[in-house]
Design a protein around this ligand. Sequence first.
Ligand code: NAD
Length: 266
Amino acid sequence: MSEKKRFAGKTALVTGAAGNIGLAVARRLAKEGSHVVLLDLDQGKLDTAATSLAEHGVKVKTVVCDVTNYTSVEEAIDYAEKTVGPIDLLFNNAGYQGAFAPIHEYPVEDFQRVVDIDLVGAFHVLRAVSRRMVARRSGSIVNTASMAGLQGPPNMGAYGSSKFGVVGLTQVASKDLAPHNIRVNGIAPALMGPGFMWDRQTELQAATNTQYFSTDPETVKKEMVAGVPMRRLGDIEEIPGTVAFLLSEDSSYITGVTLPISGGIL
Ligand code: NAD
């Protein structure tokens, strides 16, 4: 059976591309024929990520950019379009979890930092890419929200609020951009482990003991898994297929949706 190449000849921009989910999605898009531009904060990590995509025979470029700075985002996208081609697909995924504390003790500066990266940063990239897509009347975008953006988790005031914002941004942008033939959807991953949240969160949940009964991280892990209808954690590799579906023409009449990837929690 020949392999599906839904994105042959397309160009994708992936933000947070040196991280777990970003790189897994970039790999899938490259495998399906898309050229990819990897955007993140650190050139060394981007180089490692780019090397891991070489086998797919597509163009791979890297760009260092802090998504909280709109001027840098514009420059990064100019660079991407000049060196690779017009961006057809955007995976808007850079993120930062921030502090873990109840709202009455939440560090004020950290709240601002998380909102700046997770919500304002997502808006910056969405704005800069979509205004170019509007001129071309074509494009497909997926924003990374989180289960935390659909149900407010304890101790994650900044992250939860920002990700609720990303869900809202996705809905608004989908309506603004639909007349321009651009679709905007989102994903809301839940307990992906091990990685970004799992190890840190189980320790912190155990320490604060607000949501789970135990103060022992290993028991908290069991409690968390017991709360998932599918009775297991998600795997990072269960995300790229969903993102590729939402970016592709296979979802051509779907826009404004944030799809939970949650083993049935949502
Ligand atoms: P990760 O930490 O491996 O990747 C996040 C990447 O974003 C990092 O490479 C980081 O350098 C980059 N980044 C952070 N701030 C940036 C900035 N200002 N400018 C540019 N890049 C920046 O984490 P991950 O698990 O791959 O998370 C990716 C996305 O998925 C995030 O938006 C996260 O909130 C979301 N998410 C993750 C999980 C999970 O369990 N892993 C669950 C739900 C949502």
